[in-house]
Design a protein around this ligand. Structure first.
Ligand code: SF4
Length: 198
């Protein structure tokens, strides 16, 4: 390290950069315009979709930037995810998990189809959504027919189904939760858990 960039100057400029405050006082140049321009380039021509981070109960709002001209033969690609500055929940900020959402969306390991493993089989195999929904409905019906309890041992009407449970997630909207409630109460399901409690 030469005299013009002393150890003290180097650490000072690093600290300033870490707080986003690098100016001409550090290593002699201001990176902010370049950072802003890079961000603008990244989101130029993107479609913006507002959504909610799925990771925890805080429910931070995000803006998902997707590139693609909506032509039928063009597969849209998510190029950037950032906090929604208009959200009263997070006001544009995201934690380290939320800021990595793009890697969660654009990921070769991501499950995009239902997988089914037949009883006794070792392998999971992809099945169509219709087939998966049919299987789930049939399993619930069979289980309910077999285990539904109308009255308890003292003859009191309870109409409960304790052999089926339901889980939800923190991104479930009020409307989804309303419908889940209708379904759950209609079937008599008592056990309900939601990741938003964590
Ligand atoms: S960005 Fe972080 S704090 Fe916000 S919902 Fe996602 S995981 Fe939770």
């Amino acid at each position: 390290m030469n005299d013009s960039v002393s150890r003290r100057t180097f650490f000072r400029s690093s600290a300033l950069r870490a707080t986003g405050a690098l100016t001409a006082t550090g290593l002699g140049f201001d990176l902010r315009p370049a950072v802003a321009a890079a961000r603008e380039l990244k989101i130029a021509r993107t479609t913006q979709t507002h959504s909610v981070c799925p990771y925890c109960a805080v429910g931070c709002s995000v803006v998902i930037h997707t590139l693609g001209d909506k032509a039928r033969n063009v597969r849209p690609t998510v190029v950037h995810v950032e906090g929604d500055p208009d959200s009263p929940v997070n006001r544009g900020t995201l934690c380290s998990k939320g800021i990595s959402l793009k890697e969660f969306i654009v990921n070769g390991e991501r499950l995009t189809r239902p997988l089914y493993r037949a009883p006794g089989a070792a392998e999971w195999k992809p099945i169509a959504w219709d087939e998966a929904v049919d299987k789930i409905a049939r399993r619930i019906k069979e289980t309910r027919d077999r285990t539904f309890v109308e009255k308890d041992e003292q003859g009191r009407v309870v109409n409960r189904l304790t052999s089926v449970a339901m889980i939800g997630g923190c991104t479930d909207t009020n409307e989804i939760n309303y419908l889940l409630g209708k379904l759950r109460y209609g079937l008599g399901i008592i056990a309900y858990e939601n990741q938003a409690r964590l």
